[in-house]
Design a protein around this ligand. Structure first.
Ligand SMILES: *[C@@H]1O[C@H](CO)[C@@H](O)[C@H](O)[C@H]1NC(C)=O
Ligand SMILES: *[C@@H]1O[C@H](CO)[C@@H](O)[C@H](O)[C@H]1NC(C)=O
Ligand SMILES: *[C@@H]1O[C@H](CO)[C@@H](O)[C@H](O)[C@H]1NC(C)=O
Ligand SMILES: *[C@@H]1O[C@H](CO)[C@@H](O)[C@H](O)[C@H]1NC(C)=O
Length: 173
């Protein structure tokens, strides 16, 4: 009985750990780094050093009196045509967050003319690679019981060391 309860809790903890992994690695990219979204950055060069995964965000920081953030399709990205936006991300504060929540190519320009000088961003969003720790879920309860002994305590009092133990044991379930 105690054994089963301990096993159930370990399985639960493992699920929680696995479910939290993708969130822990989601990244918010400040477009253009310290330069932000402006007219004298080559965003092709900026983007080629990054890997964008589904679940990441783009953060556009810019002078709200001079720029905006317009998402367009590839054709209108190439020709700097902001008349048929897929999405206008401009909120007015000069600080716009764009969720990259679909695995596809995204294209951003400014409608303010600077696009012709190269102020445009193309981003390829890929699926998050599976975490290296991912293990198949199999039942092997006899292995797990000794971690907790006969008198089981609530997860809230688990020490860091025990958490590690649980993490290691996730691999063996
Ligand atoms: C982009 O949208 C325009 C209409 O605004 C359309 O003519 C063009 O074919 C579209 N391009 C792509 C790659 O979907
Ligand atoms: C985008 O939205 C902002 C805020 O609503 C608006 O002021 C601006 O005119 C829009 N720009 C375009 C190109 O649609
Ligand atoms: C992605 O985010 C946008 C903006 O928040 C939202 O409208 C859209 O429904 C989301 N798409 C998916 C597939 O979650
Ligand atoms: C940005 O850099 C790329 C790659 O070096 C180059 O092909 C492109 O012409 C540059 N864009 C501008 C606007 O200078």
């Amino acid at each position: 009985m105690e054994k089963e309860r301990a096993t159930a809790v370990v399985v639960l903890l493992c699920l929680v750990v696995v479910m939290e992994l993708p969130e822990a690695s989601a990244t918010r990219y400040m477009v253009g780094g310290k330069m932000g979204w402006t007219s004298n950055v080559n965003y092709t060069i900026w983007a080629q050093d990054q890997h964008f995964y589904n679940g990441d965000w783009l953060f556009f920081v810019y002078d709200r009196n001079q720029m905006d953030v317009i998402e367009v399709n590839q054709t209108n990205y190439v020709s700097c045509n902001a008349e048929h936006p897929l999405h206008n991300w401009t909120t007015g504060a000069g600080r716009d967050v764009v969720p990259l929540n679909v695995t596809r190519d995204y294209y951003f320009i400014t409608s303010k003319g600077y696009c012709y000088g190269g102020m445009k961003l193309a981003v390829k969003v890929e699926n998050m690679p599976p975490p290296p720790e991912a293990a198949p879920v199999k039942s092997k309860s006899s292995d797990l019981a000794p971690a907790f002994g006969s008198q089981f305590v609530l997860p809230s009092v688990l020490a860091i060391g025990t958490m590690w133990d649980v993490l290691v044991r996730c691999e063996r379930i």
